[in-house]
Write a protein that binds this ligand. Structure first.
Ligand SMILES: [Fe+2]
Length: 364
C-alpha cells in the first residue's frame, strides 16, 4: 500500500458556520477581494453573511462580481488586477464552481506578474493569496480542491491548473446557501459531485483512502436519487448533497477525473450543456466501456445505488436529466480528438484510444 493523502483546507460545515467561525477571517489580513458571479452569492444570503462578518472584524473589502459561467482567462485577469488595485490580503470566492475556480486564478494573478495563459504551467514565483471558499451549489467540490478550470477559447475547451498552493485555506459549507438554487441546477450539480466520486473510485489514481470517501459519496447519492427523480428536496437532502460534493472534491484532489469529464467538456463548450448534466449523459457508456476492467467496483456502485444493472442506471439518469443531444459524425470526430488532448484520458482504468471516445459519444 503506497499513497499520499493531503487535504490542507480547513472545512467548516453546517448552518451558521461562517458566523460561528469568523475569527478565522481575522487571521488572513485586513483587506479582502470577494470574487463572485453576482446572482447566487446574493440570493443565497452568503454575500450578506460574509460582508457582515468582515465589517464586524474591521476588514475592508471590495466585490468583483463579473465571473461568468465557465470563466474565461480575460475575466480572471481583470479580477487579479482588481485584487492588486485594492491591495487584497486574501480572496473570498462565493458561488458555484465558476466563481470558486476563478478565485484561485485571481489569488495567483494578484501576486504574480504573469499572463493568465501562464497559469497552466502551474509554476508561480510567489505563493497565491489565501482563499476562503463559500459554495452555493453542491457539486463542484472546488472549495476543497486545488483545481481551477478555465475556458480556453484558443484551444476550444476547458483546461485546468492547480497545485498544492491553490487549495483554499478555509471552506465554509452552509447547506442553507444551496437552498436558493433552482431544481435543475441542484440536479445537475449533484450529478457532477457523484461523477467526481464515481470517476475517483474507478480511476487509475484511486487510493485506499480516496476509496473510503468516494464510496460514502456514492452512497449519499444513492440515498438522494429517488427523491431527486421525484423533485422532492428537503434540508436534509441539501445537507447530504453538499457533504457528497465536499467528499467528491477531496476524492478528485487525489485521483483527478477521467474521460467523463474530459469528453463532457466538449458538450459544455460546443453545446452549452451544463457541466454536471454533460457528465451525466456520458456516465452509463463510460461504465459500460470500463466494465471488464472494473467489474467488481462497478457492481458495487450499482449495489450502493440500489440499481440492478447499467441499463437501469441509464434509465434513471435519463429520467433525471432528459435525453443526451444527438451528435453528427463530424462533431463526434472533433470532440473525440479534443478529448484525447486532456490529461484525464491517462487516468482512465482502461487504456483509451480516440476511436473509443468516438464510440462512447456515438452511443450516448
Ligand atoms: Fe466536475
Amino acid at each position: 500500500m503506497q499513497f499520499k493523502f493531503h487535504m490542507p483546507t480547513k472545512a467548516y460545515f453546517g448552518t451558521g458556520c461562517i458566523s460561528q467561525n469568523s475569527s478565522e477571517l481575522a487571521l488572513l489580513g485586513k483587506q479582502a477581494l470577494i470574487v463572485t458571479g453576482g446572482h447566487s452569492a446574493r440570493e443565497s444570503g452568503a454575500l450578506t453573511d460574509i460582508c457582515n462578518e468582515l465589517t464586524a472584524l474591521n476588514i475592508g473589502y471590495a466585490v468583483f462580481d463579473k465571473v461568468e459561467n465557465n470563466p474565461s482567462t480575460d475575466t480572471v485577469k481583470a479580477g487579479g488586477a482588481e485584487a492588486k488595485r485594492i491591495g487584497a490580503d486574501f480572496i473570498v470566492g462565493i458561488g458555484g464552481g465558476s466563481p470558486l475556480d476563478a478565485s484561485k486564478a485571481v489569488a495567483v494573478l494578484a501576486v504574480n506578474e504573469i499572463e493568465p495563459v501562464e497559469l497552466f504551467t502551474n509554476k508561480f514565483t510567489t505563493k497565491p493569496l489565501p482563499i476562503v471558499a463559500i459554495p452555493t451549489t453542491a457539486g463542484t467540490g472546488s472549495e476543497v480542491t486545488p483545481y481551477c478550470i478555465l475556458t480556453r477559447n484558443d484551444l476550444q475547451t476547458k483546461v485546468s491548473f492547480g497545485n498544492a498552493d491553490t487549495f483554499p485555506s478555509i471552506a465554509f459549507l452552509d447547506p442553507r446557501y444551496t437552498e436558493s438554487q433552482p431544481f435543475g441546477v441542484t440536479v445537475n450539480t449533484a450529478v457532477d459531485a457523484f461523477s467526481h466520486c464515481l470517476e475517483g473510485y474507478l480511476g487509475k489514481r484511486r487510493t485506499p483512502a480516496s476509496d473510503i470517501l468516494a464510496l460514502e459519496g456514492i452512497s449519499l447519492f444513492g440515498r438522494c436519487l429517488g427523491d431527486l427523480k421525484a423533485a422532492k428536496i428537503t434540508y436534509e437532502h441539501r445537507e447530504n448533497l453538499l457533504y457528497m460534493s465536499m467528499l467528491g472534491g477531496v476524492v478528485i484532489s487525489h485521483t483527478g477525473t477521467t474521460i467523463v469529464h474530459g469528453a463532457g467538456y466538449n458538450l459544455t463548450y460546443f453545446k452549452g450543456i451544463p457541466h454536471g448534466k454533460a457528465n451525466g449523459f456520458l456516465m452509463t457508456e463510460y461504465m459500460r466501456f470500463n466494465y471488464d476492467y472494473a467489474r467488481d467496483r462497478i457492481d458495487n456502485v450499482m449495489k450502493l445505488l440500489k440499481m440492478g444493472n447499467l441499463d437501469e442506471f441509464g434509465e434513471a439518469m435519463t429520467d433525471l436529466l432528459g435525453e443526451a443531444p444527438c451528435l453528427d459524425e463530424a462533431e463526434i470526430a472533433q470532440y473525440a480528438a479534443i478529448t484525447m488532448t486532456q490529461r484525464s484520458t491517462a487516468t482512465n482504468i482502461r487504456p483509451v484510444a480516440v476511436t473509443d471516445i468516438a464510440e462512447i459519444l456515438r452511443r450516448i
